[in-house]
Write a protein that binds this ligand. Structure first.
Ligand code: 5GP
Length: 122
């Protein structure tokens, strides 16, 4: 427990989206994962892929605890980018406050679109 960045809060914004307390534009969902449009998109396609479990705050914790779930999240990126962007995509996991992480419920940004070829989106 000592290396965990923070204890997960059941009240994160993503938990509220999963429970439908907060509305979001959901683009994919199964029993383990939900994907929805980012509220502040940085590209034509900017989708957040979020595991439903509240157990993991960061991708490092997820990779150590459930690598299959991480692989399932990555597998959603291509179909999302094909449907909503140009087919190619960038995956971003912000890890820690100093890297810009604001929600401590692990999530993967899927970015796709013409903005990415300019190279100015992290
Ligand atoms: P982070 O900065 O933690 O990597 O990413 C959190 C992301 O969640 C941000 O890109 C932010 O725009 C998005 N976000 C925050 N609150 C909401 C919300 O209520 N709805 C949706 N759809 N996205 C949100």
């Amino acid at each position: 427990m000592s290396d965990r960045i923070t204890a997960m809060s059941d009240e994160s914004v993503f938990t509220k989206i999963i429970s439908r307390e907060i509305e979001a534009r959901i683009v994919a969902e199964n029993d383990r994962i939900i994907a929805f449009e980012d509220i502040a998109p940085q590209a034509q396609c900017h989708v957040l892929v979020v595991p439903k479990t509240t157990e993991y705050a960061t991708v490092e914790e997820l990779a150590a605890g459930d690598p299959v779930l991480l692989a399932e999240m990555v597998a959603l990126a291509r179909p999302i980018a094909l449907e909503r962007g140009n087919g190619d995509f960038r995956l971003v996991f912000n890890n820690g406050e100093k890297a810009g992480q604001t929600v401590f419920h692990v999530h993967m940004h899927v970015l796709s679109g013409p903005e990415l070829s300019e190279g100015n989106i992290a």
